[in-house]
Design a protein around this ligand. Structure first.
Ligand code: XMP
Length: 512
C-alpha cells in the first residue's frame, strides 16, 4: 500500500540525526523510509524513490572500512542530497577533495549563501545553521558549484544541476538550523518534484483497509498496556475488524492512580471494544511481596504476565493474529542492536513463545509523534495520547526494596500529585518522564510539634529524545516547592521530598 506513495529514501550512514531526517520529510507530507547505506541498488530501484538523502555519520571518508555506496546509485538519475558525511562521501566519490579540519566545527554557525539556487530559495543571504563535523570539503569535482560557505568551511552547500546531486555540510533536519525545513522542502518539491500527498488521514484509511482484507473473519488478540502505542494499535485494528478483536488488559496492581479504570472506561466504554480486563493484582502481589532485587522483580512480573496472558488467550480459543505496537524506530533498530543490556526490559507486549499466530503491526511505519497524531485522529483521549512512557513492571520498580500494598498506595498518591502539578505548569507533555520513587528508608521530621519518622519521596524529572541518554530537568524552585509541600501535606507516611539531579549516564532514568 504505502509503496504507492511518493517515496524519498534516507540512506543511513550511522548519523545521530538520521531518523530525524525521515521524520522531517514526512512532516513535509512526503513518505520517507530509512535504509542502511549498503542497501542494494536493485532494492533501491524497485522502490522507485523520487529522491535519496544521504545522512550524516561519524566516519571519515578516508577511514578504513568507511561506509560507502554502490557508485551506480549516483548514475540512476534520481536526485541525491548529501548531508554532512553524506556530502563528503558524494564529493569524494565523484573526485573532489575532503580534508581533516584543524579543529572540529560544532554548534551554531552562520552560513553565507553565495549563489542563488532552487535548493536554497527563500533563504536569506546569511542563515544560522547547525554544524557537527571534523572533515570538510576543500575542493569540488567538475560540474559542482559552491552555494554557501562559513568562516571554516569553504563548501557548506554545493550543487550539481546536471547530475541532480546536492549537498550541505550543515544539518537541515535539526531545529537549530533555523530554515532547515525550507532547504528540505526545496529538495523535495523543487528538485525531486514531489507533490506532498502523504498524510496521517490517508495512512489510517490504508491501514484499516489492509488489515480488514488480511484478517477477514479471523480472530485477533491484542495485549493492551494502557500506553500510547498499544492503545493506538488496538484502536486502528478495531476500526478495521470490530468485534473480531479482543484486547486483554492485565492489571498487575502496579499501575498509576486511576490508570486501569481509565483503560476500562475508554476501550470498553467509549469505543465498545471487547476488553478482557484481568484483575490479577493478588496473583502478582503474592509472587512479589518479599522480593527486593530489581532484576528478580522484573523477571517475576514478566513471567507472570505471560502466564496470565496465556490463560486468557486459551479461553478465547484459536487466535489467528496478534497485534503488536511495534514502531518504526524499533524496526530500524532491530538488526543493529548491539548495545549492552543494562536492565532486562520487560515489554508488556512480550508474549509466550509457543503461541502460534501471525503478527499485525499497524504502527511499524510510524515514528512516536506520528503515532500520537493517529491516536488523536482516532479519538483517543488526550490523557492517553500524551502519556509519558511507563515501565512494564510499573510502580514495582519504583518502590525500592520490598513492595507492600501500603507503599503502593503511598507512591500512587505522590505520583499523582507530581503529574497534576507538572500538567498545571504546562511541563508534563514537554518532558520525557516525571515521576515519584519510594526508597525503603525512613528519616526523622517534625510536623505540628510532633516528631515524625517516615519515608521520603524522590522526585525525578528528565528530558530525553530516546531514553538512551537523559538530562535531569532544571525545574523552577517555585514548582519544586509546590510539589514538595503538597506531597508532605497530603500523602501519609511521607515527611520529606528530595530531587534527583542525576543525568543518564551515569544514572538510569528509573531507580531500579
Ligand atoms: P532506564 O531506567 O533504563 O529506562 O534509563 C529507559 C526507559 O525505559 C523505561 N523502562 C522500561 N520499560 N519495561 C519497559 O517497558 C521495563 O522493565 C523498563 N525499565 C525501564 C523507562 O521508564 C525509561 O523510559
Amino acid at each position: 500500500m504505502v509503496q504507492e506513495h511518493e517515496l524519498v529514501l534516507v540512506l543511513d550512514f550511522g548519523g545521530q540525526y538520521s531518523q530525524l531526517i525521515a521524520r522531517r520529510v514526512r512532516e513535509l507530507h512526503v513518505y520517507s523510509e530509512m535504509l542502511p547505506y549498503n542497501t542494494s541498488i536493485e532494492k533501491i530501484a524497485a522502490l522507485k524513490p523520487k529522491g535519496i538523502i544521504f545522512s550524516g555519520g561519524p566516519a571519515s571518508v578516508y577511514a578504513k572500512n568507511a561506509p560507502a555506496i554502490d557508485k551506480r546509485i549516483l548514475e540512476m538519475g534520481i536526485p541525491i542530497f548529501g548531508i554532512c558525511y553524506g556530502l563528503q562521501l558524494l564529493i569524494y566519490m565523484l573526485g573532489g577533495e575532503v580534508i581533516r579540519a584543524d579543529k572540529r566545527e560544532y554548534g551554531k554557525a552562520m552560513v553565507n549563501f553565495s549563489a542563488s539556487h532552487s535548493l536554497f530559495s527563500g533563504l536569506e543571504d546569511k542563515e544560522q545553521c547547525w554544524m557537527s563535523h571534523g572533515d570538510y570539503v576543500s575542493s569540488v569535482p567538475e560540474g559542482f558549484i559552491s552555494c554557501g560557505y562559513t568562516e571554516d568551511t569553504p563548501f557548506a552547500a554545493v550543487a550539481n544541476e546536471e547530475r541532480k546531486v546536492y549537498g550541505v555540510q550543515f544539518h537541515p533536519e535539526v531545529k537549530h538550523t533555523i530554515n532547515g525545513m525550507k532547504v528540505l522542502s526545496n529538495f523535495l518539491f523543487n528538485i525531486c518534484g514531489c507533490s506532498g500527498e502523504w498524510s496521517m488521514g490517508s495512512f489510517i484509511e490504508e491501514q484499516v483497509e489492509e488489515i480488514r482484507n488480511r484478517v477477514g473473519a479471523k480472530k485477533v488478540l491484542c495485549a493492551l498496556s494502557g500506553g500510547v502505542d498499544s492503545s493506538v494499535a488496538a484502536l486502528l485494528v478495531h476500526k478495521a475488524v470490530g468485534d473480531s478483536l479482543t484486547c486483554v488488559y492485565v492489571d498487575h496492581g502496579f499501575m498509576r492512580k486511576g490508570e486501569s479504570e481509565q483503560v476500562r472506561g475508554t476501550f470498553s466504554g467509549k469505543f465498545g471494544i471487547n476488553l478482557d480486563f484481568v484483575d490479577a493484582r493478588e496473583r502478582f502481589m503474592s509472587k512479589i511481596a518479599s522480593v527486593s532485587d530489581p532484576e528478580t522483580k522484573r523477571k517475576i512480573i514478566g513471567n507472570e504476565f505471560i502466564r496470565v496472558f496465556e490463560d486468557e488467550a486459551k479461553k478465547l480459543g484459536k487466535i489467528d493474529y496478534l497485534v503488536q505496537g511495534t514502531l518504526y524506530s524499533d524496526v530500524i533498530e532491530s538488526g543493529t542492536g548491539t548495545a549492552a543490556t543494562i536492565k532486562s526490559h520487560h515489554n508488556v507486549g512480550g508474549l509466550p513463545e509457543d503461541m502460534e499466530f501471525e503478527l499485525i503491526e499497524p504502527l511499524r511505519l510510524l515514528f512516536k509523534d506520528e503515532v500520537r497524531i493517529v491516536g488523536r485522529e482516532l479519538g483517543l483521549p488526550e490523557d492517553i495520547v500524551s502519556r509519558q512512557p511507563f515501565p512494564g513492571p510499573g510502580l514495582a520498580v519504583r518502590i525500592i526494596g520490598d513492595i507492600t500494598e501500603e507503599k503502593l498506595d503511598t507512591l500512587r498518591e505522590a505520583d499523582a500529585i507530581i503529574i497534576e502539578e507538572m500538567k498545571k505548569a504546562g511541563l508534563y507533555e514537554k518532558l520525557w518522564q516525571t515521576f515519584a520513587v519510594l526508597p525503603s528508608i525512613k528519616t526523622v521530621g517534625v510536623m505540628g510539634d510532633e516528631r515524625t519518622y517516615a519515608y521520603p519521596i524522590v522526585l525525578r524529572a528528565v528530558s530525553s529524545e530516546d531514553a538512551m541518554t537523559a538530562d535531569w530537568v532544571r525545574l523552577p524552585y517555585e514548582l519544586l516547592e509546590i510539589i514538595a509541600n503538597r506531597i508532605v501535606n497530603e500523602v501519609e507516611q511521607i515527611n520529606r521530598v528530595v530531587y534527583d539531579i542525576t543525568s543518564k549516564p551515569p544514572g538510569t532514568i528509573e531507580w531500579e
